[in-house]
Design a protein around this ligand. Structure first.
Ligand code: DGL
Length: 221
């Protein structure tokens, strides 16, 4: 049976793992997290790399056909090191959806909601340089969000005051650049209103896995 590993620092990846299991009901989905070290997003890059390598080792040992790094912070800081450490493993990373957002926006202003670790990464800088050099990218402070969501305190997040700022900028596309925020997507969409699109990558990850696995495994359609 095809085995797909999913990793996140915490419960963000769980939403992605559930989605993957829905898309591929006949595969085994193994989810691991590193909740004792959350939040990754407030750590230095070297630490994120060290923790990600250690926490994903059980998935490597389980000989997964693919491993999804369902964490923007780990992907943008550590995916190169993971691939270098395990050249025969198929890693699928999750990065903020800057490219589709830049294509969709009509106002030319998008917002990326992500951890400080993702926003500070070289990979994210390259993404913006490549796809968003002609538009404006707003990066509101979400630095406390992942920890609050992880610990069941999402109610303390003041989405409305952030949204006032995004509306003032005429943002029409919001990228959820942290998988923890998937759990509050409905609240973000409700606060943003129907004219604002809120993007998250679960479907794109499903499509990527289908491509990847159908070429070298007996993956059911
Ligand atoms: N879920 C992680 C992400 O997608 C972040 C959580 C954390 O800061 O540990 O970036």
């Amino acid at each position: 049976m095809v085995k797909i590993g999913v990793f996140d620092s915490g419960i963000g990846g769980q939403s992605v793992a559930e989605k993957i299991q829905q898309i591929f009901p006949d595969t085994e989905v193994l989810f691991v997290n590193d909740s004792k070290n959350i939040p990754y997003g407030l750590k230095r890059r070297a630490e994120i790399i060290r923790l990600t390598l250690a926490a994903t080792q059980p998935l490597v040992d389980a000989k997964c056909d693919a491993i999804v790094i369902a964490c923007n912070t780990a992907t943008t800081n550590a995916i190169d090191e993971l691939r270098a450490a395990h050249p025969s493993v198929h890693f699928v990373g999750i990065e903020p959806m800057v490219k589709p957002a830049a294509r969709m926006t009509k106002t030319g202003v998008i917002a990326v909601l992500a951890t400080p670790g993702t926003l500070a990464s070289h990979r994210y800088a390259l993404l913006k340089q490549r796809w968003a050099s002609q538009i404006t990218v707003i990066e509101p402070d979400c630095s406390t969000w992942a920890d609050l969501i992880e610990h069941g305190q999402a109610d303390r997040i003041n989405i409305h005051s952030m949204m006032d700022e995004l509306h003032r900028w005429q943002v029409d596309t919001i990228v959820l650049g942290c998988t923890h925020y998937h759990w509050i997507k409905d609240r973000i969409q409700a606060a943003a209103g129907p004219r604002v699109q809120v993007l998250e990558p679960s479907d794109a990850i499903g499509a990527r896995l289908k491509d990847l696995l159908s070429t070298n495994a007996e993956l059911p359609e």
